[in-house]
Design a protein around this ligand. Structure first.
Ligand code: ZN
Length: 360
């Protein structure tokens, strides 16, 4: 350990401190989930696993932002990902590290939103124990903190939790379940929550506890749920419209109209439609949607040969699947009534082309 333990003011021009010497950390302890560095993807691979034994062992190192943070090679190369080892207080590379050695700012933009702030791939679902990297289907800014050794004085416990967890970013809300050794801490951004989760895992605060830090499950507060549902829906729409170009969207809509006659579903792959339109299924909206693909088909008579139809069906299925997947997360979504009107024009126009497939 170096002697520079004095708290330094935040200065960008300071090189990051080497937190540990090479080989200082006992390797028998599982200190990090990424075991292999994949040079092709510039990331750590090999595991979103936690050693069950390691969860009961006090972490040997801890990050102290004021002492350890500083510039690294990442500041020169533009790498936007934070160093996982830095967060855990055990990066031996210091300023020579290829990852950032500082806290992610709330507005920190990652090149890939399917990864966490350490560059690890997120998953579609949380692990059963709510540990690990987390999910890309939900922005989770809240960590669960268990096994806190509480002080008899509630105020003291509160102060302790806020002091230790406030190190990793701005805390927006918190809730301490007194008597149960549990706290929920909500940060300004998911990156901070992610960082805090790694930084505080298996640490102790003022007592001799070994903290159990995990992702919090969904906020049962109806207001929060609604806001989150809206966000997920919007993200889903954006993702789908990014993948499908406009022509393809229209073509896919045409096929779906033909096969299912479910006009209201078009909204989910229509990039420009807002939530408001979703519930407003007036005559105007229905006509709009039916008309657009119909025009397209008129102008392209003979366009639907067998291959093209197969392609369209594939994309229609893809879009439908994606829309469904994004909807699955949205429990409180309003279901608009099914319009009775059938797209008669469409069916007659395309009637001949659909004869070869399984739909009738
Ligand atoms: Zn590092």
């Amino acid at each position: 350990m170096s002697a520079s333990t004095a708290v330094a003011p935040k200065r960008k021009l300071r090189p990051a401190r080497k937190q540990v010497a090479h080989g200082e950390v006992d390797k028998s302890e599982s200190i990090q989930p990424g075991k292999e560095y994949n040079v092709w993807y510039n990331k750590w691979a090999g595991g979103d696993r936690e050693d069950s034994l390691a969860n009961k062992t006090l972490s040997q190192t801890r990050c102290i932002i004021a002492r350890d943070a500083g510039y690294t090679r990442a500041d020169a190369t533009g790498n936007k990902y934070c160093c996982l080892f830095f967060a855990r207080g055990c990066c031996p590379y210091g300023h020579e590290c290829n990852y950032l050695h500082r806290l992610p700012l709330p507005n920190h933009q990652l090149p890939d939103n399917s990864r966490d702030c350490f560059g690890r791939e997120k998953h579609s679902d949380y692990r059963d124990d709510m540990g690990g990297v987390g999910s890309f289907n939900r922005v989770n800014r809240t960590v669960y903190v268990g096994k806190i050794h509480e002080s008899p004085d509630k105020k003291q416990t509160e102060e302790t939790v806020l002091r230790h967890f406030g190190e990793w970013g701005k805390i927006l809300r918190y809730n301490i379940l007194h008597g149960r050794g549990v706290a929920f801490v909500m940060y300004e951004s998911e990156h901070n929550a992610s960082f805090a989760k790694e930084a505080m895992a298996n640490q102790s605060m003022d007592g001799d506890e070994i903290l159990n830090v995990r992702w919090a499950t969904e906020d049962p507060n109806p207001g929060e749920k609604k806001a989150e549902a809206r966000r997920v829906q919007e993200e889903g729409r954006k993702a789908i419209s990014r993948i499908l170009d406009e022509d393809l969207v229209e073509a896919a809509q045409a096929v779906r109209t033909l096969e299912e006659g479910e006009e209201q579903d078009f909204y989910h792959i229509e990039p420009s439609k807002s939530d408001h339109d979703d519930s407003d299924n007036g005559a105007d909206g229905v006509n709009d949607v039916v008309e657009r693909p119909a025009k397209r088909v008129k102008s392209g008579n003979g366009f639907f040969d067998e291959d093209a139809l197969d392609n369209l069906k594939f994309y229609a299925e893809l879009a439908k699947k994606q829309a469904e997947e994004s909807q699955e997360r949205v429990k409180e979504r309003k279901v608009p009534p099914k319009p009775a009107a059938k797209p008669a024009g469409m069916a007659s126009l395309l009637g001949g082309y659909g004869s070869g497939d399984e739909s009738d």
